[in-house]
Design a protein around this ligand. Structure first.
Ligand code: PHE
Length: 343
């Protein structure tokens, strides 16, 4: 047994001194020591020649030797891996990284941003507000008291637990909130999502997006409204676009007007998109009703203002030649990644 112990000590020295640097020598190490015919197995085979009373002691020494050899092998493998990693990362530094797929902006966002940027050039600031609103900010303050028949123009989703709450039907609630802050003049543009209880079809949806605008100061006139919207139409739809105003009715504006632009597809000749009229209806507008101003604590003898509002989906459908409004909210990446610019 003495010579076996001596042998093991020598093996251990040899193993400790081993420094294999590559895969091949490390594999040779494994075969020599830990393989099925390796020296660890061989020396373990000596167990049968050890006298019974020494078996326990010798067994422990053998086990410890085996663990020692295995630990060395693991250590060799680990150092090889980290060496490979540093080698690889040194190489990779000069290579382009893995490509990261880029997302794209939603066509509704592209359209909204384009509209905002035009009005920003005229000094309008973006204002936002809540989508869940109370009745007062969405209707009453806008000169639409309870039971006013014009409420039927906007089919409304009410919150079941509290019928005073609703999903806003337009972004005019933002305008009320801004007016109530009492800081004048006001020149804001209000983008956002709005909700109406309508049957979902290719042409209409129960939610959609709007951009509304509000300008309040001393001596704001209908001429300012017209000029502002004319500038917008030219920037948005091209310099040869024509505009026309048709008298209309909104409870919160007086007088009210709807604005049409000449159809950009047929240049006013008449086509299927403009239903042969040569004109496309794009927004509602008017001079802010004095009742709305006084509801928000603004002196309507001193201040006047104009407001306008437009949907985003319709112009986006036109711009991109899309024929189904539902595509905007289906989140199909194949549809969404087709749009890169609203210009
Ligand atoms: N709030 C109106 C709507 O959603 C649009 C509008 C805004 C009309 C401002 C006139 C003035 O239909």
């Amino acid at each position: 047994m003495e010579h076996l112990l001596q042998q093991i000590e020598e093996y251990k020295k040899e193993i400790a001194a081993f420094s294999g640097a590559d895969e091949k020598t490390i594999e040779e190490f494994r075969i020599k020591w830990l393989g099925t015919k390796g020296l660890v197995k061989t020396i373990m085979g000596e167990m049968k020649n050890v006298p019974n009373e020494k078996k326990k002691e010798f067994g422990q020494i053998l086990n410890e030797f085996k663990q020692f050899t295995e630990a060395k092998y693991e250590e060799l493998k680990a150092s090889l891996n980290s060496e490979l990693r540093t080698k690889n990362s040194e190489l990779d530094l000069s290579l382009p990284g893995d490509p990261m797929p880029l997302g794209s902006r939603h066509p509704i966002s592209l359209m909204t941003n384009r509209i905002i940027s035009i009005f920003q050039r005229l000094g309008f600031a973006v204002a936002e507000g809540p989508e869940i609103e109370d009745d007062w900010h969405n209707f009453t303050a806008l000169n639409l008291p309870e039971h006013h028949p014009a409420r039927d123009m906007q089919d409304t989703f009410y919150v079941q637990q509290n019928p005073d709450w609703l999903l806003r039907t337009h972004t005019s609630n933002i305008q009320i909130r801004e007016m109530k802050k009492g800081k004048l003049p006001i020149r804001i543009i209000c983008p956002g999502r709005v909700y109406r209880n309508e049957t979902v079809s290719a042409r209409s949806h129960c939610f959609f997006h709007q951009v509304e605008g509000l300008y309040i100061d001393e001596n704001v006139s209908f001429a300012d409204l017209k000029q502002t919207l004319y500038f917008f139409a030219k920037e948005m739809y091209g310099h040869d676009v024509k505009i026309r105003f048709r008298p209309s009715y909104f409870p919160f504006t007086e007088p009210s007007a709807e604005m049409d632009i000449s159809c950009m597809l047929c240049k006013g000749e008449g086509c299927n998109v403009c239903k042969k009229t040569g004109w496309l209806e794009i927004l509602g507008s008017g001079m802010v009703h004095p009742n709305v101003l006084s509801n928000c604590g603004i002196d309507s003898n001193k201040y006047t203002g104009f407001a306008f509002g437009m949907g985003i989906e319709r112009p986006a459908l036109l711009k991109y030649g899309i024929n189904d409004i539902r595509l905007f909210s289906e989140n199909d990446i194949r549809f969404l990644k087709q749009f890169t610019s609203a210009v």
